[in-house]
Ligand binder design. Structure first.
Ligand code: FES
Length: 60
């Protein structure tokens, strides 16, 4: 599913960026460009980031 329509970034790409080490909005912006234009996707990007970060933290 495309989350960031401005940059055509999918939820899979965002999760992959988090798994590769992006741990905040700035890290995601640098690695996959999500949320770097209009900002309309930021709430969803933040939700995926939180969900994925919690999953990684609880799996460790
Ligand atoms: S939809 Fe992501 S920056 Fe516009």
């Amino acid at each position: 599913m495309v989350v960031c329509h401005c940059n055509a970034v999918s939820d899979h790409e965002i999760r992959a960026a988090v798994a590769a080490g992006a741990c905040d909005a700035e890290g995601l912006a640098a690695s996959c460009n999500a949320g770097t234009r209009c900002g309309g996707c930021r709430p969803v990007v933040d939700a995926i980031l939180s969900e994925t970060t919690v999953t990684i933290a609880t799996a460790a």
